[in-house]
Design a protein around this ligand. Structure first.
Ligand SMILES: *Cc1c(COP(=O)(O)O)cnc(C)c1O
Length: 387
């Protein structure tokens, strides 16, 4: 029953060898830039490639400023800190995500709260968010007089909303930002998977106060390990830059630091690779979207699963192509059959409240996340060019 799919994938990837879910590809330019960084001796925390990558990434995404970081998780932690998330606060995020989203909240000693996703976007549901806030949140005066959202059950301050753009498909981010505005809550977008994805004509990560992307080895482009904070607000971005670079006050020789900052800066060696990969991003996206089109055509003829398409009004990078099985009972059969045949497929993540580490967190009704968890499988989605 799954043999036709395996044949389709082998035909696309033109190989009888093992086909990974998503592996990086490199070109001569990648090698040249990395060697140039080594030859310059600037491999670490300062160097021209970091500055260039931040400029190039801002230009590509349309951000006022981009801040390169050691990885996406660190970017997320710093971004949450910049918008004011503190020890004991709550941050609303989604149960269907990679664990790093919730971990970034926990690293700040804040509490993640899990609110359901939409079935079609797989990202945070504005409807569920609105309902959860109406049922659990109240605006109260802070000791300093500002009005803020509090959770009436826990008496904790709700400090931010953290939606994630699942597999590169933009969530209903405009609607989420509107709801956040009514409650005066900042929005940090986990766009780790969404480099090259747009909702309307705006790049993911630029709707909220701050957004982050990742350049881990399995992402759309990679620099080994890396991330970036994006913002349309130059002031917030420069605060992120300051905090991720030890909060050093600029001075020709003095070491003065005006906050307990992080050493989250992307090394120049990685930034060299990031610059080279970013140059190839349009080609990579073209190829990924072609792969998606071919899966879409295949599943149009296939009775047992639906291909997950980019939501209406969005342009997805199709980081990981996904299908939703019509019968969840087929899931393990499909996973076993394909992986046995050397074609790598993976189920979606365990939901955050299903992990022991997050089982005690507050969690709204999450039937859509459960529905997706039982049915969604990712298919090989990497590019072939450039090897
Ligand atoms: C990859 C990823 C991250 C973390 O990025 P790293 O660079 O690996 O730290 C965060 N959130 C999501 C949803 C991711 O997929």
């Amino acid at each position: 029953m799954f043999d036709a799919l395996i044949r389709h994938i082998r035909k696309q990837y033109k190989t009888d060898d093992f086909i990974p879910l998503h592996s990086p590809t490199f070109t001569e330019t990648d090698r040249r830039y990395v060697l140039d960084a080594i030859d310059s001796t600037f491999v670490s925390s300062v160097g021209q490639y970091v500055d260039r990558f931040e400029r190039d990434l801002a230009a590509y995404t349309g951000a006022a400023q981009a801040v390169a970081t050691v990885n996406g998780t660190a970017a997320l932690q710093a971004a949450l800190s910049v918008v004011g998330v503190k020890n004991g606060d709550e941050v609303i995020t989604q149960p269907l995500t990679f664990v790093a989203t919730a971990n970034a909240v926990s690293h700040l000693c804040a509490h993640p709260v899990f609110v359901d996703v939409d079935q079609d976007t797989m990202g945070l549901s504005p409807g569920a968010l609105e309902q959860w806030l109406a049922a659990n949140a109240q605006l109260q005066h802070d000791p300093d007089g500002t009005i803020r959202a509090y959770n009436v059950n826990t008496n904790r301050r709700i400090a931010a909303i953290l939606p994630m753009h699942t597999f590169g498909h933009p969530c209903r981010i405009k609607h989420i930002v509107d709801i956040a505005g009514k409650w005066d809550l900042p929005v940090v977008e986990d766009a780790a998977e969404a480099l090259g994805s747009f909702a309307g004509s705006t790049h993911c990560g630029l709707f909220g106060d701050l957004g982050i992307v990742s350049f881990n080895g399995n992402k759309t482009i990679t620099c080994g390990g890396g991330g970036a904070i994006l913002s349309k607000d130059a002031n917030l971005a420069s605060r992120a830059k300051h905090l991720t670079t030890t909060a050093k006050v600029p001075h020709p020789w003095e070491f003065d630091h005006d906050a307990i900052g992080y050493n989250f800066r992307m090394p120049n060696l990685n930034a060299a690779l990031a610059c080279a990969q970013l140059e190839r991003l349009p080609d990579i996206l073209r190829e990924k979207r072609q792969t998606a089109q071919q899966y879409k055509a295949f599943f149009a003829q296939t009775p047992w699963a639906n291909f997950v398409e980019e939501p209406t009004g969005t342009w997805s990078n199709y980081w990981l192509c996904a299908i939703a099985l019509k019968d969840p009972a087929l899931r393990n059969d499909l996973l076993e059959h394909t992986n046995q045949a050397g074609v790598m497929t993976r189920p979606v993540w365990k939901l955050m409240p299903e992990l022991d580490i997050y089982q005690d967190c507050q969690c709204g009704p999450i039937q859509n996340a459960v529905w997706l968890r039982e049915r969604v499988v990712n298919l090989p989605s990497g590019v072939r060019s450039g090897e």
